[in-house]
Design a protein around this ligand. Structure first.
Ligand SMILES: Cc1ncc(COP(=O)(O)O)c(C=O)c1O
Length: 444
């Protein structure tokens, strides 16, 4: 096995790493990983890191999970891939049926792709094409929330409102309207999270009323806008948004790419508002973090609007690996674990325990807005030094934890297999890393 050092220099020479200013690696660690086990990652020399961000929010049941491994081995001996246009296979069919059942059969048609951003593109295109097929081609506009993040391909970036990802490509983006954020941290004195949600919904209604017949869809990240820094909102916003979309004839797209599969404490986040979207985008945790797979689930009504003799009224979108059997099989094994281990219920006790262990952090004098929903925790650090995310990341690695703050927000999105011992270790090491970071450098 190559040493960590040689892997690093070869990687820096040959691999252009994602979401990275490569020059920063002159002073920042690039971490070589040789193997994974449960929530732990190991480098070639055997140093370990607790993966408290589930490798970009994808891993649910640990690295090298024996049950998912076994399912994939079995699938490898049967069928690795076949195109999904004109052909079908058991894993894609079964996965579609089981996902439909998880939506109470409200969203019974599954369209597959590989990454989250592709699912966003599909939902936007499908919504637009639906209205066109319905004789309303003027409905070409989309609404997104302040601070939204839906991926980084051009269409997805158009409905993304995070400056660092969007600004360099602004001239390539479509004209999309941004509506007020329901982020509970915006509550004024005496206001509750529900008040903020209602205020944001009133802003949404104004935009809908000002643009009659022009808006195809509103896209939201239900309950938690993760990439903007874990902005959490009350389910009331989703209830009101659903009602407004119905009133103004606009689709509601729920992007649960980050928050689906139990992350917010229910299987799907939108369940907490008692609503169903017209389109549900899923990815990340769908394969337990094993293989790229995304899907857009939609209704009979949407599906029916494309069902026709005319080819051009069909949804002629495709990706080569659409519905890949291995990825679908990993997703089926992931759903099996949810059912066999009663994961949603088991996670409640885990979440409560970890929240208790985080009390010293929640009460830290430089911590504000400590927040939690399901298996996601976040807090903001006040008076943080310049370059806080990089400094904290490095301080965490020195203490065997993998955490990547977004700005001054530290968050945890651990795999669901975290033991009590691991979560105690994570809480203690995070506190130590925070104190070390704050002591080492003055406030910015
Ligand atoms: C809410 C949301 N939508 C879309 C995406 C894009 O997914 P991908 O990175 O797989 O393209 C992400 C990724 O973080 C996300 O959090």
């Amino acid at each position: 096995m190559p040493s960590g050092e040689s892997l690093l220099s070869r990687s820096l020479a040959a691999v252009w790493h994602p979401c990275t200013q490569m020059k920063h690696h002159e002073r920042l660690p690039l971490v070589p990983i040789a193997r994974g086990e449960g929530p732990w990652l190991f480098d070639p020399e055997g140093r370990r890191y607790l993966d408290a961000v589930s490798s970009w929010w994808v891993n649910l049941f640990g690295h090298c999970n024996p049950r998912i491994n076994a399912a994939l081995r079995d699938q490898l001996e049967k069928l690795e891939h076949v195109m999904l246009a004109g052909f079908t296979h058991e894993p894609a069919v079964q996965l579609s049926e089981r996902l439909a059942a998880l939506t109470g059969h409200a969203l019974g048609h599954a369209f597959y792709a590989s990454d989250g951003a592709s699912a966003t593109e599909i939902a936007l295109k499908m919504s637009h094409h639906y209205w066109r097929n319905q004789g309303q081609p003027g409905k070409t506009g989309f609404l997104c929330l302040e601070g939204s993040y839906h991926g980084e391909t051009l269409g997805a970036l158009s409905v993304t409102d995070v400056a660092i990802f969007r600004d360099a490509y602004a001239s390539l983006s479509r004209d999309v309207r941004t509506v007020p954020s329901p982020d509970a941290r915006l509550a004024g004195p005496g206001e509750t999270a529900i008040d903020v949600a209602r205020r944001a919904a009133a802003g949404l209604e104004r935009t809908l009323a000002e643009n009659p017949g022009q808006i195809a869809a509103l896209i939201v990240e239900p309950l938690i806008q993760c990439a903007t820094g874990f902005a959490m909102h009350d389910p009331e916003y989703l209830r009101l948004a659903r009602a407004l979309c119905d009133r103004y004839g606009v689709h509601l797209i729920c992007d649960e790419i980050a928050v689906g599969f139990g992350r917010t404490g229910t299987f799907f986040a939108h369940e907490q508002a008692g609503i169903r979207p017209d389109f549900l985008c899923l990815s990340k945790g769908i394969t337990g973090g094993y293989l790229p797979l995304s899907v857009v689930l939609t209704t009979d009504t949407v599906y029916g609007a494309f069902y026709d003799d005319a080819t051009t009224r069909g949804f002629l979108h495709s990706h080569s690996y659409t519905g890949n059997p291995l990825a679908c099989r990993a997703a089926l094994a992931t759903l099996d674990i949810f059912a066999q281990d009663d994961v949603i219920v088991a996670n409640r006790a885990k979440a409560q325990h970890f929240t208790e262990q985080l009390a010293p952090l929640a009460n830290h004098p430089q911590v504000t807005n400590f927040r939690q929903r399901g298996m996601i925790w976040a807090f903001d650090v006040t008076d943080a030094p310049a370059d806080f995310p990089h400094r904290f990341f490095a301080a965490g690695l020195e203490r065997e934890i993998l955490l990547r703050p977004i700005g001054n927000t530290i968050y945890f999105m651990p795999p669901y297999v975290l033991s009590e011992a691991d979560s105690g270790f994570l809480a203690a090491q995070t506190l130590a890393a925070l104190n070390a970071t704050l002591e080492a450098a003055p406030a910015a």
